[in-house]
Design a protein around this ligand. Structure first.
Ligand SMILES: NC(=O)c1ccc[n+]([C@@H]2O[C@H](COP(=O)([O-])OP(=O)(O)OC[C@H]3O[C@@H](n4cnc5c(N)ncnc54)[C@H](OP(=O)(O)O)[C@@H]3O)[C@@H](O)[C@H]2O)c1
Length: 263
């Protein structure tokens, strides 16, 4: 994949496709041209500003693209009618397997990935799996594409993408649930709802920065708090003695199963 490649995003006017497109524009990531295909012909504001062409003819987009991003809802994939030949095809659709993409479009070089609309702000985590027909140079192009969106890693097993669909696809996703539980508890203690919300939002903002920037792993923070044996240790002991971890795992497994079922 050369650096003046044409990138065609099918579904580039949607939440995720649009975010990836904006990430490429924001970072100036090597692409000679970015094109978008959708059914409505609707041109999002960012595309109009950047002079990006939107077509309703997905095949026409495929025919002029070096790298194709599939970012349409899984339920609408079977209605997409395109023939992809030699181009690198990167899917961010939940659940749809590389095998199904190959069968449905004829694509031979497929990357299955997961990302998140926070890609527009460079905050996504985008793991990707490449079929063995994808060359080293093409993998480098995928790495560039998702580096524009935030952090990225190549994953060795395709099935693990379904787990990332649960873990890191939704932002704020399950973290919002934990925040909401904490706000609910604060409200139950008589704390004014707006103060509870403001406090917990700030807690999650600070925790996000600390967890992403600190050299210590999250588990090391937990061990340090337990060793300190203060108020947080008391809370952690109670949480660790409960079925909380098991229930979190159950929730994540249910989300991954849903992703597999979508495919
Ligand atoms: N949103 C998220 O938080 C998130 C997170 C992780 C992964 N994903 C994955 O990202 C994919 C897109 O999700 P989304 O939330 O971005 O959906 P969305 O906002 O509904 O956008 C879907 C896009 O696909 C286009 N589209 C639908 N059918 C099409 C077709 N046959 N041909 C061409 N374009 C078509 C739509 O435009 P028209 O209606 O004009 O056709 C729109 O641009 C999904 O597979 C989802 O699993 C989403």
């Amino acid at each position: 994949m050369h650096t003046d490649a044409t990138i065609g995003i099918i579904g580039g006017s949607g939440a995720l496709g649009g975010a990836i497109c904006q990430a490429l524009l924001r970072t100036g990531t090597a692409a000679k041209t970015i094109r978008i295909a959708n059914r409505s012909g609707k041109t999002p504001d960012f595309a109009r500003t950047a002079g990006i062409t939107v077509t309703t003819d997905a095949q026409a987009l495929v025919d002029v693209s070096d790298l194709i991003v599939l970012s349409l809802p899984p339920a609408l994939f079977s209605a997409l009618s395109v023939t992809i030949r030699d181009q690198l095809t990167v899917s961010v659709m939940a659940g749809i397997t590389a095998r199904r993409i190959a069968r449905h479009t004829g694509a031979a070089k497929i990357v299955r990935a997961m990302s998140s609309p926070v890609a527009a702000r460079g905050l996504a985590y985008s793991p990707w799996f490449a079929t063995d027909t994808v060359s080293k140079a093409e993998k480098a192009a995928v790495q560039r594409l998702f580096t524009a969106c935030g952090l990225t890693d190549e994953i060795a097993e395709e099935g693990q993408i379904d787990h990332f669909t649960a873990l890191t696809g939704p932002v704020p996703g399950f973290v919002a649930y934990l925040a909401d539980c904490m706000i609910g508890h604060a409200r139950d203690q008589g704390i004014a709802p707006e103060i509870a919300e403001r406090a917990v939002r700030q807690l999650f903002k600070a925790s996000g920065v600390v967890l992403s920037e600190s050299p210590e792993a999250p588990g090391a923070h937990v061990r340090a708090m337990l060793a300190y044996a203060g108020t947080t240790a008391a809370g952690l002991e109670a949480m660790r003695a409960s079925s909380l971890a098991e229930n979190i795992a159950r929730g994540l497994a249910a989300a991954a199963k849903k992703a597999r079922d979508l495919g």
